[in-house]
Design a protein around this ligand. Sequence first.
Ligand code: 5AD
Ligand code: SF4
Length: 387
Amino acid sequence: MNSRDSEALAGLLRDKGFILTDSPDSADVILFNTCSVRQHAEDKVWSEIGRIAKLSPLDFAYKTRKIKAGGTPRPTKKIVGLVGCMAQNYKDEIFKRCPNVDLVVGPNDLISIPLLIEAILRERSQVIAVGTMEREQDFYISNFRREKDHAYVVISEGCSNFCSYCVVPFVRGRLHSRPHQEILKEIKSTVNSGIKDITLLGQNVNAYLDTDHLPDKPSNYVNFIELIKKIDEVEGLKSFDFVTSHPKDTSQELFLAMRDCKKLKKQLHLPVQSGSDRILKLMNRGYTAKQYSELVKEYRKITNGRITTDIIVGFPTEAQGDFNQTLNLMKEIEFNSAYIFKYSPRPHTEAENLKDDVALKEKELRHKILLDLQKEISQNKKCTSIL
Ligand code: 5AD
Ligand code: SF4
């Protein structure tokens, strides 16, 4: 989701006349698009900002120089922006912590960045924009794409699930589904530009519901299953898939639609998070391990597709017995691949109030055990598919 946001933002800036560069040394403006999902991601940003600060000393603050008489003024200080989820999470605290940062912009305000950069040059002061509830659709208007043969298309933003460990609803806001006409328009223009393979993006794609255009006729609302059927019919599109699915909103009806959509890849990213019902309840996930495993059986029976997952180890109070249940579930299901994360407390979340009582060493051990197990499973699966 974040890399699609960066791409759309880069396109927006390019279309406004900015020149994109991969080299921080030559850049006048450096933007960090940040993720707050885990502590580790934030730590990396804080240290990188410190490094960039050295390229952007404060004593040159906001002087500008003309390139030529009448030319566009250029800053002698690099403008440093911290944008995305951390901006929403820490707001103006960022200016106190990093005085070299000029621009703080939340995920739903990214569209304003070109104007805000102009404001910084004009006012010679730091600027903040956070808290807008919904994105403007024009944010996705640019056709700038980093890959040649694959593109991401956002179908919904934010999330209303409130899993107890997760910061997303607080930094990205509640679930908001893009109008299906906008999504189809973006897919068609991407296909026309030569990209025929697409991944639909959302924090919980299965909760997609476009109510925008027919508010008085709920029977005409477009849900996720209807959306994928419409996308399957887009002329010229060769293949597509979607991430991420939530088990509580995933059903037999979806699997049947997946089977019937000819262009849809038979693969499902379905985070389970834990194999212990007690932990799943504390996580506020809304299903049991047994329900999850039944869902996977049904998915495989109907689509014969691939399945991948996310797992968190070391959630507060996770005992050896809970962990063993996760281990057993992984052995039983044999995922095609799995992302394993060590729990880290996140601000605003319900789980932040629980004691982070699994020692880091124990989290690391559990993390390694699951990684090793998954490696073995993935290798066996590869061998079986070759045979
Ligand atoms: N600590 C560790 N992992 C987390 N995830 C989300 N929040 C946290 C957290 N506080 C993981 C979940 C999610 C993935 C994107 O990140 O497994 O599915
Ligand atoms: Fe976070 Fe849960 Fe929403 Fe995923 S479904 S984004 S884990 S709150």
